[in-house]
Design a protein around this ligand. Structure first.
Ligand code: MN
Length: 405
């Protein structure tokens, strides 16, 4: 009997040992393998076996990115396990608290408050003392960049939504971004990640630039996007790629000596000719209604920031509502089109007409209901972005008769 008991004890031990080894390899819960063995494979071999191991982003940063995605997208059920992992990867409890505070302003209070409930359970389980308000010195923001940012908010936001402009200057940048206990770089990583995860690439150029000004490297930024693909899905990550590429290109251009220094170099550059109908592509369905083709796309060499192309709208096709940070010029090539500033009349435009759309004016342009239209569009970019897309132009808005014909 004694021997049997001993052998049972040994085999139990052995089984426990094997299971422990299995568990080290298998991070996916057993249920995952019972229901979706493919998901088990991708979880353990790809996500944890490969992506989390990639050296381009430290485990601590990967934890910051992961928790930021979970909090900003309201995935409360996974927050506990990833906060444990974050603590193990060297993220301090006070940093987790600041991460959640940051995300309250960038992805909303409800998500932040829900996250706090989950994190408190982990703090209790690990006997982590309540986080005290920091006595550290506040983070000083770079004065010139702050002045430029404030000026932009005062001209583009204040006239329309003055309280939001005031809170942006006073609370976001005058307080939140200066709070100690989360470095400027980490705060940027949290913000950038959340913008990608919640699908807000419009604000990404500003924050990606800020992140790199705050010390995040380009390779870390690109690796963070890769990591987000697993926690917020491929489409979100893919949407961020062209935005990030524009930011990288703009920074590379700005890193060149100033235009006066390069006049000698650019004088020997070649003239570029973008031939008619170069690489035509369909206008993305998110930003256009009806069949639209964009071709002959070009972009100027630094120090210029102009880019553009020929946009051809079929009958009834038009852009969504949008703005350009530095304005836009249209030259009508053929057909008959329409253009409208929000709240203004729908105006007819014809071949040879030149249309100037000032910076930040919300508008749309497109073909008329009975004729196609093709125009050449050219605009300058600001911090890598030349357009901010908004909602689609409804059939009712589009059907309104041209007031000026
Ligand atoms: Mn436009």
């Amino acid at each position: 009997m004694k021997n049997i008991a001993a052998s049972i004890a040994i085999s139990t031990l052995a089984a426990t040992g094997v299971e422990a080894q299995e568990e080290r390899r298998r991070i996916a819960p057993p249920a995952v393998y019972d229901v979706a063995p493919g998901l088990g494979h991708f979880t353990d071999s790809v996500l944890f076996g490969e992506v989390w191991e990639r050296a381009e982003l430290q485990p601590r940063d990967r934890s910051i990115v992961t928790v930021s995605v979970l909090v900003s997208t309201g995935k409360s059920a996974q927050i506990g396990s990833h906060v444990r992992r974050a603590l193990d990867n060297g993220v301090k409890p006070s940093e987790i608290g600041e991460l959640i505070t940051q995300l309250a302003l960038y992805s909303g209070w409800p998500n932040a408050i829900s996250a706090v409930q989950e994190v408190k359970k982990v703090f209790d389980e690990r006997k982590i003392a309540p986080v005290a308000n920091s006595e550290e010195a506040r983070i000083e923001l770079e004065a010139a960049a702050e002045a430029a940012r404030t000026a932009r908010v005062n001209t583009t936001v204040a006239p329309t939504v003055p309280a939001l402009a005031d809170l942006t200057n006073r609370v976001l940048f005058g307080d939140l971004w200066q709070r100690p206990d989360l470095s400027a770089r980490d705060r940027s990583l949290v913000t950038m990640t959340a913008l990608v995860a919640i699908g807000q690439p419009e604000q990404l150029p500003f924050h990606a630039n800020r992140a790199m000004d705050n010390g995040l490297t380009q390779s870390e930024a690109s690796e963070a996007i890769t990591h987000v693909a697993f926690y917020a899905g491929w489409p979100r990550a893919m949407s961020a790629v062209p935005v990030l590429r524009a930011v990288f290109e703009a920074r590379a251009a700005n890193a060149q000596p100033t235009s006066t220094d390069t006049s000698k170099d650019t004088s020997s550059m070649d003239i570029k000719i973008t031939r008619a109908n170069t690489n035509p592509a369909a206008g993305p369905a998110d930003y256009f209604t009806g069949d639209v083709e964009v071709g002959s796309r070009f972009s100027a060499d630094a120090p210029a920031t102009v880019s553009g192309g020929v946009v051809s709208f079929t009958v009834g096709a038009r852009t969504a509502w949008h703005t350009h940070p530095v304005g836009q010029t249209l030259y009508v090539i053929s057909g008959q089109g329409l253009v409208q500033k929000v709240g203004g009349p729908v105006e007819a435009i014809r071949p040879g007409d030149v249309v100037w759309i000032p910076a930040n004016v919300k508008h749309w342009h497109g073909a008329s209901p009975d004729q196609a239209m093709s125009h050449f569009a050219i605009s300058e970019s600001d911090e890598g972005s030349s357009v901010t897309w908004m909602e689609k132009v409804t059939d009712e808005e589009y059907a309104s008769k041209p007031a000026i014909d």
